[in-house]
Design a protein around this ligand. Sequence first.
Ligand SMILES: Nc1ncnc2c1ncn2[C@@H]1O[C@H](COP(=O)(O)OP(=O)(O)OP(=O)(O)O)[C@@H](O)[C@H]1O
Ligand SMILES: [Mg+2]
Length: 466
Amino acid sequence: MEEESGGRTLGTVFVVDDEKNILRSLRMILGGEGFDVVTASSGESALERLRAGLYPDIMLLDLKLPGIDGIETMRRVREVEHVGSTVPIVMISGHAVLGDAVEAVKKGAVDFLEKPLDRDRVVITVKNLLATYMLEGEVRDMRERLASRYRMVGDSASLKHLFAEIEKVAPTKGRVLITGESGVGKELVAWAIHRLSPRANRRFVKVNCAAIPGELIESELFGYEKGAFTGAAGTKKGQFELASGGTLFLDEIGDMSPSAQAKVLRALQSGEITRVGGESVVSVDVRVIAATNKDIEEEVHQGRFREDLYFRLNVIRSHVPPLREHKEDVPILVEHFLDEFARENGVGRRTVSPEVLDRLCLHHWPGNVRELKNVIERMAILGGDMLTPADLPDFIFRPPSERSGNVEEYADLGLREFREEMEKKFIQFKLKENDWNISSTARSLGIERTNLHKKIKALGISRHDP
Ligand SMILES: Nc1ncnc2c1ncn2[C@@H]1O[C@H](COP(=O)(O)OP(=O)(O)OP(=O)(O)O)[C@@H](O)[C@H]1O
Ligand SMILES: [Mg+2]
């Protein structure tokens, strides 16, 4: 719950004091500086306000209060849900009880102000504390967001198996080759391995091998010395060096040029690199995790990927299954993406109707989890609080029988499903044309009768189809 009065203020200061003139002067001083000031004249009423949802950014609390005193009030504030454990509290105390103020700081107040209040000291104290705490809050927020963005969810047997595998390989230094179609979560797996490894607090450096032009990959990976080539104004460290002590994630290795493959191989064999234009070798300690959405064995077979490099990288193999093979995870993924969307955009949490979930579970998901995430995001942006089938993109909602003409309409299918659907339509058409005479239909299709019978059964074709 937030209290906002008109435009954006610098923050809300909650002042608790039984002296009317103190409240009045703090309201004037802090209000004049652009803060929102909320006041209470006893510990009890302050607690009431907080429990009712007041969410101050900072509290100024008088030590001597009529009912429960400042220290006791502070103790109880800490127990108020949400706000209590984080709000910074500054004690206000009279001269005579300075010792108590020191005691209060020991018990968790962040600072204290002495009466009579000095205007500048009040303003500086409040401003500094707010700056620090807002920054801390933002850092905490960002950490949480990062953790959530990289969280892998899944309840299916195949993902649980994958998670167990990640936990097993993470503590080692073993190289991992992650394979799987585009959008299945390979990068998340790489990050999870890093986060669960002893290198978690060191760097995770990602290199997208497909995105770097062949002639730049060497300087990108290994760095260069001043004057190595025109434009090399200074020495630059490469990704191998930057990742030293941490993890180097070589993404899309299937797209690496042959010369880059040779150089990476050399680095992996020796554990040393040489900067472009440099003489000395630098030894690097990196854990390499690689990923590709290509059929890497086929690439090796075709001679496009070096076999020796393949063997170096493929020490531990981790395969991430396509979403269509663990559709039981669709609901939990949908919930996860809805949570994330609400948090990232600071909007209300959307929900999906059961019909929407059913539809999403039926979809083939050629773009895997990434496609599901995009669909959910799009629906959350365009739809209302409750997402209904009307909010689904056309290509998901339309039942297969309603499709016609354009190939784009079949974008959600794999080749096999596409072929079957087309075959079914065509056979239905021929059957109708031949008045369901099996012999003439088979003749016109150029296949055996028995074969046609088999197809009719396998494709679930019936005379009563629309
Ligand atoms: N199990 C999961 N739980 C939560 N989010 C996931 C999961 N799997 C994938 N995602 C999300 O789906 C998106 C795609 O994942 P990621 O980038 O890791 O795929 P990829 O396999 O590396 O794809 P590409 O081959 O195209 O690079 C990301 O936004 C990721 O956060
Ligand atoms: Mg990726």
